[in-house]
Every structure is written in C-alpha cells, then in structure tokens.
Design a protein around this ligand. Structure first.
Ligand code: SAH
Length: 398
C-alpha cells in the first residue's frame, strides 16, 4: 500500500480543486517544500484538513502531480486504472472500427483522468508515454488493466522523465509480441511507416491527423509545397496524395532523409521527384530568397524550442519572424499552414503573432481554417490548457 500524505491547499485555490482542476502545482500548496517521494499518494485538504481531492506526486515541467479522483474512499489500484482505461477505449470505439485509420490516441493523460500518462494505438500495438517517475510507479497496475481489457499484439513504452523531461533511451518493448518495424499504419487511407523502438519519436505525430486530411482534401491540388521542419515528411505525403505537383522537404536532422524516402515509398510516391534537403530551415530561407523561389504552399511546424549550431529558436518569441520568412517566399494567393504545439500560449496569442508578421510585411491575409487537437486527444474542459495544438491555414493576399 502506498502511503498517503495530506497536503493543505492555499485558501485561494480550494475552490479551483473542488471544481476539479487536475494539475497539482507547488504554488497552490500551503507548504511549498514537499519532500515526499515520486508516486506517493496525496490528499489535497483545506485549512481545516477536510478532504478535497486525491492524486499522486510526480514531478513534470508543468507541476508536481495530478489529481486522480474527488472521492476520498477511491483506491488507486488496478481496478481504478481498468475503469479509466475502459472508459477511454469506449470513447474511441469508432476509431477501432475504422479500417482507414489504424493509428490514434486511446488515452490522453489528464484529458482522460490520469495526468502524466498517454497511450497511443498503432495497428495492434500500444505505446505508453510516462511523463514522470511518479506515474511510472503505477506501471504494473496500468499494464495489468490494459492486459485485462485485451485486444493487442504488444506494448511499447517511452520513459520521458530524466532530469530535463527528456526521453530515456532504452529497449522500449514491454510485453506481448515484438513488432516488426517499420510497421505500416493507416490514416484516412494514407500509409505511414512507424518504428516504436527507435528513439523518442516514432515517425509521425498523431495530433496532426485532421490537418493532414485538410491538406490532402482541400489545399494541395497542383501546388508546389515547401514543408519546413519536415521530420519524416508526413505533411508532404498528404499533399502529394492530394495532387500536389511537387514537395520540398527541409529538416536539420540527417535521419529525416531516409525516413522521408520511406514515407513516400510506402505510399507508392516517387521520392526521386521530390526534394529532400538536410539543412537548417533558416539557411534554406536565405537560399530560397537568393534563388527567388516561390511556393504555392508553405508548411511551418517547428518544435517549441530548438537549438542548432547557429540558432536558438523559441516559438513563443520567434514565431512572427519565422512567419515573415514564410510570407516572403509564398506566392500571391498561396497558402501558409502555421502550426505550433507550444502549450505556454493560446490560440489568441498565436493569431497575434501571425497578425504581427503580416502587418510588418505589409501583406494582407485571410485565415481559412483553424485546428486544435483532434477528438481522440480528449481535453478536459476543466483543463483547457491541455489543448496545446494550434494550427492556422492562411491565404496570403485578399
Ligand atoms: N512537421 C513534422 C514534425 C516536426 S518535428 C511532422 O508533421 O511530422 C520538428 C523537426 O524540426 C525535427 O525533425 C527537427 O529535426 C527539426 N528541426 C529543429 N530545428 C530545425 C532547424 N533549425 N532547421 C531545420 N529543422 C529543424
């Protein structure tokens, strides 16, 4: 049995937790010096020691733990995990029965009631992300629950809780059958090659599904597309399957080239007809301006923070400048897909960045569509900041 610690909440925050706010933050506690161990159970209490909520201690960059229930008598055991997982799987029943989409999120952390843990499904395999040592201490309960709910070939995991919240490189296989990689999954009929046991990233980001579909179905036809921060070229696959005339893919990582070739190949696309450039995006912008290149569509999906040899880039600070670079090489009436997964600012602020960039370049524009997380990345209404994804599809010109 895990020990339970009573932690009094500052009076100003009792109401918030009573209403179901899930993130336990140091600042909301009376005593900031919490010295309990990862995975300990917490009872948040008011100043009269009355119970408010039960959670666990697990340090992440966002906070020091997550609330799991508002019932004092609820036990955090395999049955609890099974109840939460079953409800989450139920919500995704329509995904499980769709043969055109075999990769999606089945459990979205606090959005499904257990912060610090996400589970994705890739054509028969589960991938669990653990975001703190605290939640990792419940691994046995979570696995037991998943096994009892059945219906998978194997389970893999990513441990993302070294001191800087980085991925811990390991054999990521957990149980069941080992997969044969690349594993080919489907997304709205498109193919994507996935490897669940090759570093922190698996080959595609599931949260952009709706954006990829929009690009393929509504924007790509006959377009010359520049895909920056292209990673494995997932957006380019969608664009080409939607009839794009050509794609240029730019990413700093050497591995992006073979990985992009692989994504094109598993879709029967001729990779030799595409440009795959291993280069710093900021250098590529200079090159494109020098060569007076213009594109019909530019895709911008940078990491929240990136450090290369020459540049430190932070979306919260530098997005307007990045956007200005994109505007400069987008043709009139061209499309810019502007995306960010930075959780520290919201859509309103993001739109402000876009407006600033167009204003400073003296260019008019129109937002055609906007996206946040897709439905399988379920967000709790009491924790809207969990909806980190912001994507705008913008037309340059009137
Ligand atoms: N848009 C991609 C995901 C991008 S992940 C998709 O939809 O799948 C971020 C990528 O940015 C990584 O592949 C990383 O190698 C790349 N990157 C980071 N800094 C960069 C820079 N300065 N220039 C080019 N690529 C960069």
């Amino acid at each position: 049995m895990k020990k339970i610690y009573n932690l009094p909440v500052k009076q100003a925050y009792t109401d918030l937790y009573q209403k179901g706010y899930p993130l336990i933050k140091k600042d909301t506690l009376k005593n900031k010096d919490v010295t309990i161990s990862e995975g300990s159970l917490i009872h948040l209490v008011d100043d009269k020691q009355r119970f408010i909520a039960k959670g666990y201690y697990g340090k992440q960059n966002k906070g020091i733990g997550w609330v799991l229930t508002n019932k004092e008598t609820e036990v955090i055991d395999t049955a609890f995990f099974k109840k939460m997982l079953a409800a989450a799987l139920n919500k995704r029943a329509h995904f499980f029965s769709d043969p055109d989409t075999t990769a999606f999120r089945v459990f979205n952390g606090e959005g499904d009631g257990i912060g610090g843990m996400t589970i994705d499904y890739f054509a028969g395999f589960y991938l669990i992300h653990w975001y703190s040592e605290g939640i990792y201490s419940f691994k046995e309960e979570a696995l037991q629950a998943l096994e009892e709910l059945g219906n998978f070939k194997g389970i893999y995991e990513k441990k993302r809780f070294d001191t800087k919240g980085q991925y811990i490189d390991d054999d990521d296989f957990v149980t069941g059958e080992r997969g044969e990689f690349p594993l080919i999954v489907k997304e709205n009929g498109m193919n994507y090659a996935i490897d669940l046991n090759d570093g922190a990233m698996v080959g595609m980001f599931l949260d952009q599904r709706d954006v990829r579909q929009a690009i393929r179905d509504r924007y790509a036809k006959e377009k010359y597309v520049l895909n920056t921060f292209s990673y494995t070229g997932a957006f380019s696959v969608a664009a080409l399957l939607g009839g794009a005339s050509k794609t240029t893919n730019v990413d700093l990582a050497k591995r992006s080239k073979p990985k992009t070739i692989e994504q094109f190949s598993v879709n029967g696309l001729d990779f030799e007809a595409q440009d795959i450039v291993v280069m710093d995006v900021f250098d590529y912008f200079k090159y494109a301006k020098r060569k007076q290149l213009t594109f019909d569509m530019v895709i911008l999906d940078p990491p929240s923070f990136a450090r290369s040899k020459k540049h430190t880039f932070s979306t919260a600070k530098d997005y307007p400048d990045l956007m200005k670079e994109a505007i400069a090489i987008t043709g009139d009436n061209g499309i810019i897909v502007a995306s960010t997964n930075n959780a520290t600012f919201n859509m309103k602020k993001f739109k402000g960045f876009i407006q600033k960039a167009f204003k400073e370049t003296g260019t008019s524009y129109k937002v055609l569509e906007e996206f946040s997380l897709p439905t399988d990345f379920h967000v709790d209404r009491r924790f809207p900041e969990g909806n980190y994804l912001k994507v705008l599809i913008i037309k340059k010109g009137k």
